[in-house]
Design a protein around this ligand. Structure first.
Ligand code: SAM
Length: 264
């Protein structure tokens, strides 16, 4: 089923009005016809099952059949602070992180990030990255399109993350998976979680100190050195599984206390 994002004001009286470049896409690329069902998300987390009523050169009009009750979003907000990687690795990271459920991605210019973006380059990269996030959100049937923020220095990123109740940074010199399991055991629904990943060259000791002083906790991802793109996706996968499992168990066993549920 094809998936479209609209603004809440494009929904009124049981109808959705899809406009802009999506019209050409629906008509000429997807060759949608009246009667075809589609999924529409209003970008605030609400999804609608709809049916095409009319298509013309200006708009696709769709009738709302059902307001979806179940959100496809994770029960916590995860913000990925990604040390700027080389070449086009950021595109892969954005695509996969969106599939795994992140709410926002912040590229971070750390000391060892070799890529330096001037204002003009940053603007065009951000446009491209945001469109990759939108495609990945559609493909994975997300209810919201995660925002790709402007590049921050690590100091700015740490400050930005201070609104998150929980923060982790993946650190290859941190020993022991037992510590990682202990840190992740505290993660649950309703939180905002900041995840920091270093660039190819890793974090410098003073950057580690800055993060730790701000209450961002170091976690190991095992004994092997992972590439920057693998590290983020590993940590996000574990968080996604833990949050999904907890949400599923809450539905199947609503009376159980957190401790009685199976821990990942
Ligand atoms: N420069 C480092 C080195 O050669 O020792 C490696 C940096 S690694 C390629 C890039 C980033 O991935 C790190 O900054 C860290 O955030 C994350 N990372 C890679 N392997 C990890 C591991 N085993 N545990 C935790 N984080 C890891």
């Amino acid at each position: 089923m094809h998936h479209f994002f609209v603004k809440p004001e494009q929904i009124a009286e049981g109808m959705v009005r899809i406009t802009g470049p999506d019209v050409n896409h629906a008509k000429n690329v997807l060759r949608m016809k009246p009667g075809e069902e589609l999924l529409v998300s209003d970008g605030t987390g609400q999804d609608y099952l709809c049916r095409v009523a009319e298509l013309d050169s200006e708009a696709v009009l769709a009738e709302i059949l059902k307001k979806e009750e179940d959100s496809r979003e994770l029960p916590s907000r995860i913000i990925l602070y990604q040390g700027l990687p080389k070449s086009d690795k950021m595109e892969l990271i954005i695509q996969k992180a969106v599939e795994l459920g992140v709410s926002r991605i912040v590229p971070v210019a750390t000391k060892n990030a070799v890529v330096k973006l001037d204002k003009k380059k940053e603007e065009s990269k951000l446009k491209r990255w945001q469109s990759i996030a939108e495609s990945a959100a559609k493909q994975s049937k997300r209810s919201v399109i995660p925002e790709i923020s402007g590049v921050l220095t690590l100091k700015e990123a740490v400050k930005d993350a201070s609104v998150c109740g929980t923060g982790f940074f993946a650190y290859e010199h941190q020993e022991g998976m037992a510590g990682t399991a202990k840190e992740l055991a505290g993660v649950g629904a309703g939180q905002s979680i900041a995840v920091f990943i270093g660039p190819e060259g890793g974090f410098e000791p003073e950057e580690v100190q800055m993060a730790e002083e701000a209450g961002i906790r170091p976690v190991s991802l095992g004994k092997r050195i992972l590439r920057t793109e693998t590290a983020g996706l590993t940590l996000l996968s574990v968080l996604m599984m833990k949050l999904e499992l907890e949400a599923a168990e809450k539905i199947s066993n609503p009376g159980a206390k957190a401790g009685e549920r199976q821990e990942l």
